[in-house]
Design a protein around this ligand. Structure first.
Ligand SMILES: Nc1nc2c(c(=O)[nH]1)N[C@H]1C(S)=C(S)[C@@H](COP(=O)(O)OP(=O)(O)OC[C@H]3O[C@@H](n4cnc5c(=O)[nH]c(N)nc54)[C@H](O)[C@@H]3O)O[C@H]1N2
Ligand SMILES: Nc1nc2c(c(=O)[nH]1)N[C@H]1C(S)=C(S)[C@@H](COP(=O)(O)OP(=O)(O)OC[C@H]3O[C@@H](n4cnc5c(=O)[nH]c(N)nc54)[C@H](O)[C@@H]3O)O[C@H]1N2
Ligand code: SF4
Ligand SMILES: [Mo]
Length: 760
């Protein structure tokens, strides 16, 4: 049975849902709405993708995909069509792109040239996206059911009809027996689209009363810290960095992780700005900086308080700004007494003179800007570090100057501008009372026999926790449970998908609708499907609509179409959205919010705290002032595991674990290496290139040593993102990390890990 439906002006499409209609005739009407963004699944999909790969590897010998030849053999009379989209990754840049297709064939994939932030350039992780993901031959294109042991990766292909029917009946059985809380969704940074990452999945899980996932592994500690000081994170906007004269990149590595900010930093530099990095690792950005300050990991709270000590002692503060717009200077003054340069030097491992010089340079250069992002938050003291660092621009009055202040996130602009009714839970589901499970503690949660109900069904999508979640071996132990029903929606057979009972094939961003906010820019993006879903892939949203249908739910909010959600989200009369509509944004794919020409949010205070002032001190918080409170290790522990391990985003070609399965990326990344300081190496008789075992009480990783001064003595550093299954010994960085939570924001103190290394 086929139902004809008009998708949009360009497409007259046919949708096949034979099995659904057979069993659910009463929902036909509803399904037309549900599927209005779906397209006909045509024949010869595999041929299409091979053809694309063949031609594009010929055509794209250069770095850009921009020069594809028009596909040969494409005897169509159709003309080329442009679709706009944007990168869905958990990346502050949110690049815009344009795709040209002829029929269902992709002709061209290019960064937007007219979006000034994207500026015609996608990063090295995404430049080859169609080949690397959408058309990749390893992509999963049919539902799969496990046949072998969990983790073995043995599956058989099954139909959507069978997969949906079996999963729905098993999930229903679990809910009937134990209640909705026995079900846990686990989704995160894999796709930041508001439709594919939030709207429909959230409605489905709230509807069944599932446990709620505290999605805190990225950003929450940083945000909690900055909010406690400023009440908002939106400070200086990225493009305005060019007006700064003294830029501190504090715990962030834009050359790799925020690549589109880097040209603006370089512009500032050519205008005379000095670039300083604060990073325990000699990152690529630190290599390029004028000054690299290298404290011990997790000691930034002490460093920031130490800078305040010096600034106040030297009378370099902006007293007028402080008097007008801040709260608690007297308490702060007293508090920072104990953070004198000697003490801070002892904590951070920096020279006392460096601390004094840094404080003076910061206070005396105008406009001065501190750029923070995420990197510094993954410490037990992470939120306090952000809280303390955020105080510095108010102490010096840096906010008064265009290009001065703190640059952090931009998501609040989207919070104000968009119509969130379409994304948030409907009123009947709002504020669910179900229990919270912290994503950082997935391993604990899956293995905890005490919690009631136990987690018996796990839905993973937009995430790869077997790689990216701390305490990897505990996560894996949980995933191995035979009584756990694991459902994964994916593009690839990831290390998590290997443990699934059922895998559903997800569309890639080229094949579905979405709307994308941004946490690093003031640019809004729409994502149009450029091609039909390949194989039997379906958007995440569709998976949950089909499950809802099979489970017999009648509520219409479960079935809203993707395009409707996109349209509704844009229906906003907020002044940032002036002139931005669904129709207008489809002409370019992106739009910059209508913001004042000079965005200076705190030039005259206007902090979003309850007092309206910047909080140096907060009488309503348990810790009224930020303090440096380290983890105390016993002598025995320090002897066993004396080295502090950083597991950071050094890979250039992966984004977390995404794209880390691709051979060409792995080849370009080169050897899997641990950076070790020469003194630590000498003490252990280790030579460059030796094979090592890095270990602690949670796991062990086999890796090659690179002896360098990129880390100070006592610290070692390995890249995150590598898939355990592709490494010798079958474990990667997170096998060694801890599932500790941060001081505020319930984030992951991933970088608080101690290890020892031995030559093997
Ligand atoms: N190439 C690439 N780009 C990415 C990603 C990726 O995986 N690969 N991931 C994306 C994601 S999810 C995010 S959240 C962003 C994050 O982007 P950033 O916030 O820039 O974070 P990271 O790169 O994690 O860390 C930045 C630096 O913080 C340092 N750091 C670690 N601990 C401390 C500390 O205690 N104090 C200080 N001062 N510095 C510390 C690290 O050594 C690292 O060089 O990047 C995004 N961009
Ligand atoms: N040791 C250590 N661990 C870390 C970090 C670190 O610095 N060090 N960084 C942390 C940070 S900041 C973050 S953000 C997390 C990120 O961790 P994750 O959220 O697990 O992100 P990714 O590793 O990118 O995995 C995303 C997966 O989603 C899939 N995907 C993409 N699009 C779609 C889609 O439309 N539908 C479906 N169903 N799947 C899709 C991709 O194929 C990919 O396998 O990792 C954290 N873990
Ligand atoms: S990962 Fe970041 S820099 Fe790369 S294309 Fe996506 S948004 Fe742009
Ligand atoms: Mo992240």
């Amino acid at each position: 049975m086929r139902i004809k439906h008009i998708v949009n002006k360009q497409h007259m499409l046919f949708i096949r849902y034979i099995w659904v209609y057979k069993t659910h005739m009463c929902f036909i009407q509803l399904l037309v709405v549900i599927n209005n963004q779906n397209m006909d699944s045509r024949k010869n999909k595999d041929i299409d993708r091979r053809e694309f790969i063949e031609i594009s590897t010929k055509g794209a010998a250069a770095i850009s995909l921009a020069s594809f030849p028009v596909l040969t053999g494409c005897s169509n009379i159709e003309t080329a069509k442009s679709s706009f989209g944007a990168c869905y990754h958990d990346c502050p840049d949110r690049c815009s792109w344009k795709i040209t297709t002829v029929g269902n064939k992709l002709k061209d994939f290019q960064a937007s040239k007219n979006n000034p932030y994207t500026a015609g350039k996608l990063c090295n992780k995404m430049i080859n996206f169609p080949n690397d993901v959408t058309f990749h031959l390893d992509r999963i294109l049919t539902p799969l059911k496990r046949t072998g042991q969990k983790g073995s990766g043995e599956f058989i292909k099954i139909s959507w009809e069978q997969a949906i029917s079996e999963v729905a009946s098993r999930v229903k059985g679990i809910i009937d027996q134990k209640g909705g809380e026995a079900v846990l969704p686990y989704n995160f940074g894999g796709n930041q689209g508001l439709v594919q990452g939030k709207a429909i999945p959230n409605r489905f899980f709230a509807h069944i009363g599932a446990s709620q996932l505290e999605r805190t592994i990225c950003g929450n500690a940083a945000v909690a810290g900055v909010l406690s000081t400023n009440g908002q994170t939106t400070g200086v906007l990225p493009e305005d960095i060019i007006h700064s004269k003294f830029i501190i990149l504090w715990g962030t590595n834009p050359i790799l992780s925020n690549q589109h900010l880097w040209p603006f930093i370089q512009k500032a530099k050519s205008n005379g700005a000095k670039i300083v990095t604060v990073d325990p690792f000699l990152s690529k950005t630190s290599e390029e900086a004028d000054w690299h300050i290298q404290p011990r990991p997790g000691t930034d709270t002490a460093l920031a308080l130490g800078l305040m000590h010096v600034i106040l002692k030297e009378n370099l503060q902006d007293q007028e700004y402080i008097d007008s717009y801040t709260l608690g200077i007297e308490e702060l003054k007293e508090h920072v007494q104990k953070y004198d340069p000697d003490t801070v030097a002892g904590i951070t491992g920096l020279a006392k003179e460096t601390i004094i010089e840094f404080a003076k340079a910061y206070a005396q250069n105008t406009p001065s800007l501190i750029r923070v992002l995420i990197g510094m938050e993954h410490q037990v003291n992470g939120a306090s570090a952000f809280r303390a660092v955020a105080m510095l621009p108010a102490l010096t009055g840096a906010w008064r100057h265009f290009g001065g202040g703190l640059m952090h996130m931009t998501y609040e602009l989207f919070g104000e501008a968009l119509n969130w009714e379409s994304i948030s839970l409907p009123p009947t589901l709002a504020n669910p009372k179900t229990r919270l499970i912290n994503m950082v503690e997935l391993g604990k949660a899956l293995n905890n026999s005490e919690i009631n109900p136990s987690i018996d069904a796990l839905f993973v999508f937009n995430s790869n926790p077997a790689v990216t979640t701390p305490n990897q071996n505990l996560v894996r132990k949980g995933l191995e449970r035979n009584d756990l029903l694991t459902i994964v929606s994916e593009h690839f057979m990831t290390d998590t998908a290997r443990y699934a009972d059922y895998i559903f094939p997800a569309t890639s961003v080229l094949e579905n609708w979405d709307i994308l906010d941004s946490w690093g820019t003031p640019y809004l993006n729409i994502n149009e499907p450029a091609i039909e879903p390949l194989g039997e892939s379906k958007p995440n949203s569709e998976l949950f609509r089909l499950l809802a249908l099979e489970m017999g739910f009648k509520e219409t909010y479960l079935y809203e179409s993707d395009i409707n959600i996109v349209k509704k989200t844009l229906e906003s009369d907020h002044h940032y959205m002036k002139g931005i509509t669904f129709e207008s944004i489809r002409k370019t794919g992106w739009a910059k919010f209508n913001l004042p020409e000079k965005w200076m949010p705190h030039a005259e205070g206007n902090f979003k705290t309850n007092s309206g002032k910047c909080h140096f001190y907060d009488p309503n918080m348990e810790s009224r002032l930020p303090d440096f409170i380290p983890i105390e290790y016993s002598d025995k522990e320090m002897k066993q595991y004396p080295l502090h391990l950083l597991t950071i985003k050094t890979p250039k070609y992966f984004l977390n674990s995404s794209h880390a399965n691709l051979n060409h990326n792995l080849e370009k990344e080169g050897k899997y290496c641990l950076e070790v300081n020469p003194k630590d190496a000498a003490m252990r008789n280790i030579a460059n290139g030796d094979e090592l075992k890095v270990f602690n009480q949670r796991g062990r990783v086999y890796i090659t040593v690179r002896i360098s001064n990129k880390v100070k003595q006592g610290i070692v550093c390995m890249p995150q993102g590598f898939w355990p299954s592709l490494l010798k010994g079958g474990s990667s960085a997170n096998a060694l990390t801890n599932d500790l939570l941060t001081d505020m924001g319930r984030g992951g103190a991933i970088q608080e890990a101690k290890v020892e290394v031995v030559k093997i």
